[in-house]
Design a protein. Structure first.
Length: 701
């Protein structure tokens, strides 16, 4: 075992002895595509006493889009009060590593080693959750690098674990209190009848059958039939309210979340798989069900349990105690396997999201998949994730099956004991037969409601997993878009960048370093440079899509914050490399679904982009439908429609990132001539000579 490096902070030496309960190593699934390192640090930190989630760690150290290194994790762990030791560990010596430890995995990933026991290793993977590996399987992925973590002597636990709760989520919904009040009223009405029903059985047994009074029997029966009709009507009305409340909550939940998503900064989407974001959004349905239906039922189940217990105790405390013992045993069994169920649920959610991402990637990349004959490879990628999620679901289903079988066995035994004990009370004249029948009815109601109540409580604990996933969206800070000052009509369109620096990670390398750029109004500037030097990033910073790390950006001589990002986006337009067309007609795409569409401007923009004549030749002309990725168009046609969309906006500044790379030289020349006739500022990224030679100025990065 070789020590690669060791980081220690020995500010003070002290020896303390105290009893400490054994901590559990949590499973924390990464939210972003390249934050496995942060997820591993979060797991180890929470094991040692911190209460930190991924947003809290991102605030301390923002992960890079290109991943986290072992040195990055060491710095972060040192900040959190740990000392670390990087080791090169042969596989046969892995059992001697102090756990939990962070392992380098598959050359591009990090996982947490929980323990090594009996030829197996328990791994907490930030992508797929808990897995048990044989040592020979582990050797295929483990690179031999491990990071041991220990608490410093002056370690102090940090509590920064902001979480989304059902109460907090429900409070953001308009009118939810009114709906809940209405549901409470009808539920109370229904439960009142449920309490009265056993009394009917007791009264008929003790007062009607014993006296052979058929007249009173029919009278009482008619009264209870009326009560049943009223109860049925109340349940029908409550059902309608639940349907309405459910749809209302879903609409408001979904609208609020989607509205919030659209306000998030660009880098939020660049760091996450689309399938994962979609999976998090779909968790709203499960959460809505818990609030609209299960919450009221659980509340009243708890209330009715208390009332039933009180009534049953009034009949017989010993018989009630038997039922309570059975319920206590059931709760104990549920609690003992809760953590296993939680881990399997986390794994299932993560794998379902992974399968969803793989499926979306397949749809988006279907052309190269077919061209390279990789259908089977892509199918295997999706199938492996899907089977992993099914395996987790099967394990969950098995546990739930055991719960149901144990529930039936336990309460059948308890029922036999209660019936025998109750019968002995009847035989000794301490109970009437009607009292026993009423008690058994209350007992049945109690057991059913208690089982449902206990199940709901554990479900609410598990729904925290869905809330945690949703909180990654909810707690993201919206993009700060300042409205700005001044009239846009008087804007000339000059752009100046002074000592602008940008990096994705505060500790990472500069993508743009102290750049100075002065572009006059109406000037066409072409930016060139080798691939990967930061040209596209520069455009995104200039457009306000990415926040600069240092320096200042001026629009018409005003600092960008004063000018306003909203104003900048309103008076500028762009065509980027990864721009897409939306589902709809070509007409709608050029006007970008403008409600006050100007047809003449659409046609003029298409002519400037040299696409008007080709659109006119389509059978449906401008009403031709395009797919969400523009799949019915050639690459050059798509680029020209995107350019027409930008020109329709009549911008003062036009940002183009390889916007004519798919065009033939003749069309490229015509478009450049058209753009040069416009009195607008152009910031263009290009490699092709035809575009470069028509620039007023060329800047090489």
């Amino acid at each position: 075992m070789t020590i690669l490096w060791e980081v220690k902070l020995m500010n003070s030496m002290q020896l303390t002895f105290k009893w400490q309960r054994r901590a559990a190593l949590p499973v924390i699934i990464q939210d972003e595509t390249a934050e496995c390192g942060h997820a591993c640090v979060a797991m180890v930190s929470n094991y040692h006493g911190h209460e930190l989630n991924l947003p809290a760690l991102r605030a301390l150290s923002k992960p890079s889009n290109r991943g986290t290194t072992l040195l990055d994790m060491t710095r972060l762990l040192t900040t959190l009060g740990f000392r670390t030791r990087a080791l090169r560990v042969p596989l046969e010596e892995l059992q001697f590593v102090q756990c939990p430890a962070i392992l380098h995995w598959d050359l591009n990933h990090f996982v947490v080693l929980k323990k090594v026991k009996r030829g197996h290793a328990i791994i907490h993977d930030p992508v797929s959750g808990v897995k048990k590996c044989k040592m020979e399987e582990l050797s295929k992925s483990f690179t031999g690098i491990a990071l041991e973590i220990e608490k410093e002597a002056d370690f102090k636990a940090i509590r920064d674990n902001q979480s989304l709760t059902l109460t907090r989520l429900a409070s953001s919904i308009h009118g939810v209190k009114k709906f809940i009040t209405l549901l409470l009223f009808f539920s109370a009405f229904i439960e009142l009848f449920n309490l009265i029903n056993p009394l009917f059985m007791q009264f008929v047994t003790d007062n009607i059958i014993s006296t052979h009074n058929a007249h009173n029997l029919y009278f009482i029966a008619c009264g209870f039939v009326l009560l049943v009709l009223i109860q049925t009507l109340a349940e029908y009305i409550r059902g309608h309210v639940v349907i309405y409340v459910g749809s209302h909550l879903t609409e408001q939940f979904s609208s609020n979340i989607v509205q919030h998503i659209l306000k998030l900064p660009l880098d939020f989407f660049e760091k996450r798989h689309k399938g994962d974001v979609q999976s998090r959004f779909q968790s709203i349905e499960e959460i809505q069900k818990k609030i609209s239906t299960d919450f009221i039922s659980t509340l009243f189940d708890g209330l009715m349990i208390a009332i039933n217990l009180t009534v049953m105790a009034f009949y017989s405390i010993p018989l009630t105690a038997i039922v309570l013992v059975a319920l206590a045993l059931y709760v104990l069994i549920r609690q003992t396997s809760y953590h296993f169920l939680k881990k399997q649920t986390e794994t299932s959610i993560a794998q379902h999201a992974k399968a969803s991402s793989a499926f979306l990637e397949t749809l988006h990349g279907i052309l190269p998949i077919k061209a390279f004959l990789k259908e089977q490879t892509q199918f295997n990628t999706w199938r492996n994730a899907f089977i992993a999620s099914l395996n987790a679901d099967i394990r969950i289903a098995r546990v739930n099956l055991i719960y149901r079988m144990f529930n039936q066995f336990l309460f059948h035994i308890e029922h036999i004991i209660v019936v025998c004990a109750g019968a002995s009370l009847v035989l000794t004249n301490q109970f009437s037969l009607g009292m026993l029948m009423a008690f058994l009815a209350y007992r049945l109601s109690l057991v059913n409601k208690a089982s449902t109540f206990i199940q709901s409580l554990f479900d609410y604990r598990l729904i925290a997993l869905q809330l945690h996933r949703l909180s990654d969206i909810v707690f993201q800070e919206p993009e700060a878009i300042s409205p700005g000052k001044g009239e846009l009509k008087s804007i000339n369109g000059s752009l100046r960048m002074q000592d602008v620096t940008f990096r994705y990670n505060p500790e990472g390398d500069d993508v743009i370093s102290r750049l100075n750029l002065d572009i006059k109004a109406g000037e066409k500037v072409v930016i060139t440079g080798p691939s990967g030097c930061g040209k596209s990033t520069l455009l995104k910073v200039a457009m306000g899509l990415l926040n600069k790390t240092q320096g200042e950006i001026f629009i018409d001589g005003k600092p960008l914050q004063e000018f306003g990002i909203h104003n900048l986006r309103q008076m500028s337009a762009s065509v980027m490399q990864d721009d897409v067309l939306l589902s709809g007609s070509i007409l709608n795409n050029i006007a970008f679904f403008d409600e006050a569409m100007d047809l003449e401007r659409v046609y003029e923009s298409a002519k400037l982009a040299c696409i008007h004549e080709e659109i006119e030749q389509f059978p449906m002309g401008y009403e031709t439908l395009v797919g969400d990725m523009g799949s019915t168009l050639s690459g050059g046609q798509k680029q020209r429609i995107l350019l027409a969309r930008a020109l329709y906006k009549q911008p003062k500044i036009l940002f183009l990132d390889e916007a004519t790379s798919h065009l033939d030289i003749e069309n490229e020349r015509k478009i450049n001539q058209s753009l040069n006739r416009l009195a607008i500022t152009q910031v263009v990224i290009a490699h092709r000579p035809e575009t470069i030679k028509m620039a007023d100025r060329v800047i090489h990065l």
